[in-house]
Design a protein around this ligand. Sequence first.
Ligand code: A3P
Length: 287
Amino acid sequence: MRFQLKLVEGVPLSEIIALYWQEIKNFQARPGDVLIATYPKSGTTWIQEIVEMICHNGDLEKCQHAPIYERIPFIELLQCMPPDAETVNAMPSPRYLKTHLPYQLVPPSFWKHNCKVIYLARNARDAATSYYYFDHMAKIHPEPGSWDQYLQRFMNGNVGWGSWYDHVKGFWEEKDKHDMLYLFYEDIKQNSISEIQKVMWFLGKDLPDATLEKIAHCTSFSQMKNNAMANYSTFPKEMMDQSQYTFMRKGQVGDWKNLFTVSQNELFEEDYRKKMSKTTLKFQVSI
Ligand code: A3P
């Protein structure tokens, strides 16, 4: 069984999220909460694990007491999967929380309490590619259909959590109004230590170089792929079926080249230029 998409304040969200929208919007953030915000498939789990490792001073064992989705709860899904809202309310401060909501739908309590936000963006082509494979597995969304159909839907913003273009621009344009760190997947891939260091400083921590190196190692794709507390292998199969594809798929920059045809890429580029013409935001599509 799969859930369909439903418009919530103009943004297509899984109907299971739409059903509980009032509760989600009224989520009560607390002063000191840290929100990790991403468009889906942009390396959310990666940055979650980096944040966890920093908070535990690079102690991997301490990070392995529970799966990543329990350690850093997903605020849109508290009504339908563990941990539930009550458990999240009882978590000690500072809490680390995750969302895929676009800027305008983030529960207002986060802004009211001036919570820190870590936003991670990934180039559109790799995000679309990753999302296509993910939607084969994830039951909270409709069947992805053919790649050609899916790419069209992605370009039209008709996928879960809406338009990639609006999402990355929305946070980018508002970042200076908040306590927000805006990061890029491609940068972490290229310079993991210095990007991890940025996160560390943003969180008010100071760890020695050897610890940063350990964090970079433990959060590398190959390590996280084999880490049951980070790779979603413990996630309920009814919600995510990893028999055909795995959550930790490739973890590369530029894998889109294996999926986009030349003509799809040309069409995509033309549309991309229009949608991104007014922003200073720039992405690397290969490294
Ligand atoms: P691919 O499907 O391209 O492999 P999210 O956590 O936002 O759902 O993002 C999932 C994407 O991030 C997947 O991309 C996954 O492989 C990649 N990813 C997860 N951990 C990673 C890591 N440690 N390094 C690089 N990429 C990672």
